[in-house]
Design a protein around this ligand. Structure first.
Ligand code: 13P
Length: 247
């Protein structure tokens, strides 16, 4: 059975003074029955990994190369060296702002895996794509082209984040989320075999909060959440963690 995951993505937010929230989240995660991951800015990785006990430390991006003349970039090896265990790749904010494509995202996921980082691979359609009825085509293409060729539940998490639901307060209907998550599960099983396909956590992301988490996480094939805004404060993230924890 898949263990649920409560993942937070702090994006470009967080200073050392915010460790109070990290410690509260860490303490609240001690007795829960789900994995808790906090993907903080790289500047906080080392301290977070050293000073927390119950949560996984994640980064939000890595370069496709091992090292070299890439001013301002950070490699998977460096993230691992700083103490991270997870890295997000292919977030829509990077796909849009830095024109990252599926093939580059696969390379990022590959190098993450080579460095023993678990990759959280993000996929999801834009509003135009949803309105024109191509959501499942887009999701399929992103899955086929962004995932490494060899994956397992130990190395990969898939996060379905409809771009139009991120930071907007909008969420898809329960039927819409169910349709896409079921589709992703079938695609994973078809491409990687039933056993591997069943082992992979599929997280929902996009305006998840304490109010909607119960309804969303009750959907079959929703194995947790990738939470942006509501993960920034312990007060708003801890109820989500508790809701995702198995009884
Ligand atoms: P919000 O929860 O702020 O909508 O962000 C979702 C997200 O992008 C997580 O990666």
């Amino acid at each position: 059975m898949r263990r649920p995951t409560a993942a937070g993505n702090w994006k470009m937010n967080g200073l050392r003074e915010n460790f109070d929230d990290i410690f509260l989240i860490d303490a609240a995660s001690k007795h829960v029955n789900c994995d808790v991951i906090l993907c903080v800015p790289d500047t906080l990785i080392k301290e977070m990994s050293e000073r927390t006990n119950n949560i996984f430390t994640g980064s939000q991006n890595c370069h496709i190369n091992k090292s070299g003349a890439f001013t301002g970039d950070i490699s998977a090896e460096m993230i691992k060296d700083a103490g991270a265990t997870h890295v997000i790749v292919g977030h829509s904010e990077r796909r849009v702002n830095y024109n990252e494509n599926n093939h580059q995202i696969r390379e990022k996921a590959n190098i993450a895996l080579e460095n023993k980082l678990k990759a959280i691979v993000c996929i999801g359609e834009t509003l135009t794509e949803r309105k024109t009825g191509v959501t499942l085509d887009i999701v399929k293409r992103q899955l086929v082209d962004s995932l490494p060729l060899e994956i397992s539940g130990e190395t990969i998490i898939v996060a379905y984040e409809p771009v139009w639901a991120i930071g907007t307060g909008l969420t898809p209907s329960i039927e819409q989320i169910k349709e896409v998550h079921d589709f992703i599960r079938i695609e994973l099983e078809n491409n990687f075999g039933a056993k591997i396909g069943q082992s992979i956590n599929i997280l929902y992301g996009g305006s998840m909060n304490a109010k909607n988490v119960d309804e969303i996480s009750a959907i079959k094939n929703v194995d947790g959440g990738l939470v942006g805004g509501a993960s920034l404060k312990a007060d708003s993230f801890i109820p989500i963690i508790n809701a995702l924890s198995l009884d």
